[in-house]
Design a protein around this ligand. Structure first.
Ligand SMILES: [Fe+2]
Length: 215
C-alpha cells in the first residue's frame, strides 16, 4: 500500500473499500441516455461521458495534463443533462475531480481480469490534502455483473465481488485496490464514477449511506 501523509478516512483503513446502500430512487434513465460520450478505452471496451473535467472541456484525460491534481473539477456541457447525478455528487460535500459516466461493453470474468488495474488518482496531490478515492454509482440494472476488488493482484483469495444491480453504490481507494468489472449482460453497462477527496465531509456522507450490516 502506498504510504503518504495525505488525509485518509478510517472507514477505508482496513479493506480499502466500503459498500453503501443502493440509491433509492435510482437515477432516471433519461439522464445517462442524453449524455455525449467520447471514445476512450479504459479497462475494457469503453466510452466515457465527461461530466466534470479539469477545465470544463469535453475531455477524458487526467487533470495532470493541465497541471492540476484530481480535484476542483469543472462541470462540462454534459452536467446540465444529468441534474440528479450532479446533485448526487454535490451532496457528498467533497471536493470532486473527474466525474464521468462509463459505458462498458459486456466482458466476462476472464476478459475482465486482463484489465485488472489500479488507478492514478493522486498525481500532483499535495500531502497536506486529502487522498483522492473513487465513488461508483451503478446506473443500469446488471445484477449478474460485479465489480472485482483485489487488495492483492496475485492472490485470488483476497478477491471481493460487489454485485451491480441498479443503484448500487460503493467507494473504493482505487489507487490501492486492484479492480475491474465483469459485465455479464448483453447490453452496455453504465455507471457514474467520480474522484473525491477524502476528508470529514466524505466520511460523513459515507456514514449516512452505509449499507445496513447483514446479520
Ligand atoms: Fe480504475
Amino acid at each position: 500500500m502506498t504510504t503518504t501523509m495525505h488525509v485518509r478516512m478510517p472507514v477505508l483503513d482496513e479493506t480499502g473499500f466500503v459498500v453503501l446502500a443502493p440509491l433509492d430512487p435510482p437515477i432516471d434513465e433519461q439522464e445517462w441516455r442524453s449524455l455525449e460520450f467520447m471514445d476512450w478505452k479504459s479497462a475494457g471496451d469503453t466510452e466515457f461521458a465527461p461530466i466534470a473535467s479539469a477545465l470544463g472541456e469535453m475531455e477524458c484525460s487526467g487533470f495532470w495534463d493541465h497541471g492540476k491534481s484530481d480535484k476542483d473539477g469543472v462541470w462540462t456541457s454534459n452536467a446540465a443533462r444529468c441534474p440528479s447525478m450532479k446533485r448526487w455528487i454535490e451532496d457528498t460535500g467533497a471536493n470532486f475531480g473527474r466525474v464521468r459516466v462509463i459505458k462498458l461493453a459486456p466482458q466476462n470474468y476472464d476478459e475482465a481480469m486482463r484489465h485488472l488495474h489500479v488507478d492514478d488518482n493522486n498525481r500532483l496531490n499535495p500531502e497536506s490534502e486529502g487522498w483522492v478515492v473513487r465513488v461508483f454509482l451503478q446506473l443500469t440494472d446488471d445484477p449478474d455483473s460485479f465489480a472485482i476488488l483485489r487488495p492483492d493482484r496475485d492472490d485470488p483469495s483476497t478477491e471481493v465481488r460487489v454485485p451491480l444491480p441498479r443503484g448500487a453504490m460503493y467507494v473504493v481507494d482505487t489507487e490501492r485496490i486492484w479492480h475491474v468489472v465483469s459485465h455479464n449482460g448483453t447490453e452496455p453497462r453504465y455507471a457514474l464514477i467520480a474522484c473525491l477527496e477524502s476528508g470529514p465531509q466524505l466520511e460523513a456522507w459515507i456514514a449516512r449511506h452505509r449499507a445496513p450490516a447483514t446479520p
